[in-house]
Design a protein around this ligand. Structure first.
Ligand code: UDP
Ligand code: MG
Length: 321
């Protein structure tokens, strides 16, 4: 309550961060809608993070920044990925709160009003949106629900199903996030982990306005794996459990073989079973090595201490703040 009163009486500066990768057809339309929605709040800035697009996205962004001093951009030297682009946006935004959203108009700017209202009036630090897709069943929603089930089964902090990267973060949360230099970012897991007061609002996610989804099946699998291995060591334990289970099975089978050899006449060399078990066990072993490799790889990338992204050019709004 104290905070709500505090914020409503002082002017609040709102940053909107929009990562763009090959979004030349969407940027203008989105900016128009966005400005219409946000100019009610006197102080705002829009920050595009241009993630190494191969189309004319950067040209469009630069011309917008030229026309409107509240619009700025960060241009990456190459494509670093959506999550990293979001991080760069948070690193550069100056607002009392920062709203992140997609460039393809799947995140309708009309919800911004509600995000800001909940933040100002209810004193919530993280207002995130949850896709209300009851009734909509596609292959993508199916795999996404499987993923959320798995990740919630293996992590201690919940990762909300259908939570999008369309959310509002209070300055306090942004400052804490900026200190985190994790290489494999998975904000949908990291932000619930951070605590503070968090609240969800349901939204309808529309169709992408133009262009194609940048999340290919391979990219989604990568994000899902990264999400799971960033937040849990359960898969490593799975390796241990499976190893123990199969050691136990082979012990039983060994006992049985010994019994056959000692007490029966049927001790025929079991070629088939040997081949079958070798194949099966080597398959399991490879899978487990893969799981370990996933974590070793992450550790490797983290210890190299490379920056999460490289900026080619930037133009951050300098307006009155
Ligand atoms: N994006 C990005 N870098 C990437 C992939 C995506 O900055 O490597 C941006 C993209 O331009 C969009 C947002 O991230 O603004 C979400 O991507 P997309 O709409 O393709 O994902 P989907 O909605 O299909 O899950
Ligand atoms: Mg999209």
């Amino acid at each position: 309550m104290k905070k709500a009163m505090m914020v409503t009486t002082k002017s609040c500066f709102i940053s909107v961060v929009v990562p763009c990768f090959n979004e030349e057809k969407n940027i203008l339309g989105l900016t128009r809608l966005l400005i219409h929605e946000i100019q009610k709040y006197r102080d705002y800035e829009i920050l595009f993070v241009e993630d190494g697009s191969r189309d004319q996205s950067i040209k469009t962004v630069k011309s917008l920044a030229f026309e409107n001093r509240r619009i700025g951009y960060v241009q990456f030297s190459r494509n670093f990925g959506h999550q990293v682009a979001l991080k760069a946006g948070l690193d550069h935004a100056r607002g009392d709160c920062v709203i992140t959203m997609d460039a393809d108009m799947q995140h309708d700017p009309k919800y911004i009003h509600e995000l800001i209202r909940v933040w100002r009036e209810e004193g919530v630090d993280v207002v995130y949106t949850v896709r209300d897709d009851s009734g909509k069943r596609t292959l993508k929603t199916f795999f996404s629900s499987v993923f959320y089930r798995i990740i919630n089964g293996v992590t201690s902090k919940p990762v909300y199903a259908g939570a999008a990267d369309f959310r509002l973060l209070d300055r306090r949360v942004v400052d804490e996030l900026r200190k985190i230099s994790e290489h494999h970012l998975f904000l949908r897991g990291l932000i619930p982990w951070m605590g503070f007061r968090q609240k969800a609002i349901p939204i309808i996610v529309g169709e992408r306005a133009a262009g194609e989804s940048k999340y290919s099946a391979a990219k989604m699998v990568r994000l899902a794996l990264s999400g799971i291995t960033s937040f849990s060591i359960a898969p490593l334990r799975l390796a241990l459990l499976l190893g123990g289970f199969f050691a136990f099975l082979s012990f039983l089978y060994g006992g049985y073989a010994l019994w056959v050899w000692l007490f029966t006449e049927q001790a025929v060399p079991g070629w088939t079973s040997i081949i079958a078990s070798i194949l099966f066990l080597s398959g399991i072993q490879m899978m487990l090595t893969g799981i370990v490799g996933e974590y070793v790889g992450k550790t490797f990338e983290q210890v190299k201490q490379r920056p999460g992204y490289i900026i080619k050019e930037k133009n951050i709004p300098q307006g009155d703040r």
